[in-house]
Design a protein around this ligand. Structure first.
Ligand SMILES: Nc1ncnc2c1ncn2[C@@H]1O[C@H](COP(=O)(O)OP(=O)(O)OP(=O)(O)O)[C@@H](O)[C@H]1O
Ligand SMILES: [Mg+2]
Length: 386
């Protein structure tokens, strides 16, 4: 390919002669006799090299040089200068000239200088390309690294979740074993205590104080029994019947017992239950999921708030969201709330959410919780349609 050169000089003679010489040496040469006209030409032709005269009327060679170097960094410039202007030459080199040639010059010298600068230019441009390529590659590597890190983080979180779930399942299984035996052993004598207390009670009609004591015994045994029942349900499935049910109905039914409390605590109930396909499940069992979530949410909103319940579905799952505007859950606790026995309540058993989790798992669903302390908590449950 013939290299493109542009000669900018106000002397016609020089333009013609130099152009002739350089063309005969195989260059593709254009000429122009003033600097201002050269810019458009450079823009259009993109010459590799400009031979620029320093002494020209109208525009000073130094300014023209600067203009060309800033606007067209890939076009290199060799300056023509008059004799005795070495100081100027230094200035020109500083301003971006690649070389300077003192007038008058010999043709051989001119060609030699031009070829030299073109070689340097080609190496420099190639270098620049390599540097750009290197930067691009480094960017890409960095992007890969970032992606990799993100993936590792994701996977680690996933593993941690899975690990936590396995621990939880083991815990629930062990608990199931223990509680089934224990409940059986305890409930019989408990029943006897309750019966005897009732017998005593009927004999104490004239002693109200004693009667109130035995009433206490009865109600406390009932409380123990309720805890045992709850403990059992955290780990063991009670007899169940699968039927075609609509989740919206289950939610409505689970809400019923809380309506009075909702009103008493001046809570705004926002319900948006869209029609969803039916699923096969035990309605009472599934109801426990929602009543535990409602009970926890209402506990957190004693001074009022908003309880939102939404039900939607996509092509795979039914999705239920239960949100409250209560005190929220501390980040440190988020990993523990599904553990049996984990409670922050004075009279809580800590079984509620383990029951929820067990049932959701039973139906191959999943549950997620998001909470902001001081703002509220959102539980989301996905239950597969199929
Ligand atoms: N909506 C909620 N807002 C804030 N904290 C919650 C919420 N739901 C659960 N928690 C936290 O999770 C803990 C465990 O809940 P879980 O239902 O398992 O047990 P509990 O409510 O403490 O006891 P129980 O359900 O037996 O009455 C609660 O003690 C509470 O700290
Ligand atoms: Mg609870």
């Amino acid at each position: 390919m013939r290299e493109k050169l542009l000669i900018v000089d106000d002397e016609r003679m020089i333009l013609e002669l130099t152009s002739m010489v350089l063309t005969s040496r195989g260059f593709d040469v254009s000429v122009v006799d003033n600097a201002p006209d050269s810019y458009a030409l450079i823009e259009r032709e993109q010459p590799a090299l400009v031979l620029l005269d320093y002494m020209m009327p109208k525009v000073n060679g130094l300014d023209a040089l600067k203009e060309i170097r800033t606007r067209f960094p890939e076009t290199y410039v060799i300056m023509f200068t008059g004799k005795g202007s070495e100081e100027i030459a230094v200035e020109l080199m500083k301003a971006g000239a690649s070389d300077y040639i003192l007038k008058p010059f010999s043709n051989a010298k001119l060609v030699e200088r031009i070829e030299n600068i073109l070689r340097i230019r080609s190496i420099e441009l190639h270098n620049r390309e390599l540097i750009l390529e290197k930067e691009r590659l480094l960017d890409e590597i960095e992007r890969w690294n970032r992606e990799l890190e993100e993936r590792v983080e994701e996977k680690t979180a996933e593993l941690e979740r899975a690990h936590h779930e396995i621990l939880l399942t083991e815990k629930l299984a062990a608990l199931g074993h223990l509680s089934a035996g224990m409940a059986h052993e305890i409930r019989n004598p408990l029943n006897s205590i309750s019966l005897f207390a009732q017998v005593i009670c009927t004999g104490l009609e004239n002693e109200p104080e004693m009667q109130s004591y035995s009433d206490k015994i009865i109600s406390e045994t009932e409380r123990i029994d309720a805890i045992l029942v709850k403990l059992l349900s955290t780990s063991k499935r009670s007899p169940f019947q699968l039927r075609t049910i609509y989740i919206a109905d289950v939610i409505e039914k689970s809400l019923q017992p809380f309506l009075e409390q909702i009103q008493a605590q001046e809570i705004v109930l926002q319900k948006q239950l869209l029609q969803t396909p039916s699923i096969l499940a035990d309605a009472d069992e599934l109801g426990l999921v929602f009543s535990n979530l409602f009970s926890n949410a209402l506990f957190e909103m004693k001074q009022g708030g908003t309880l939102s319940v939404t039900l939607v579905h996509d092509d795979k799952d039914v999705v239920v969201t239960v949100s409250d505007t209560g005190g929220g859950i501390l980040e440190d606790h988020l990993n523990e709330i599904f553990d049996p026995f984990f409670t922050t309540k004075e009279r809580g058993t800590g079984f509620g959410l383990s029951v929820v989790l067990r049932i959701v798992k039973t139906y191959s669903g999943r549950i997620n919780v998001e909470s902001e302390p001081g703002k509220g908590t959102t539980f989301q449950i996905w239950l597969p349609l199929a």
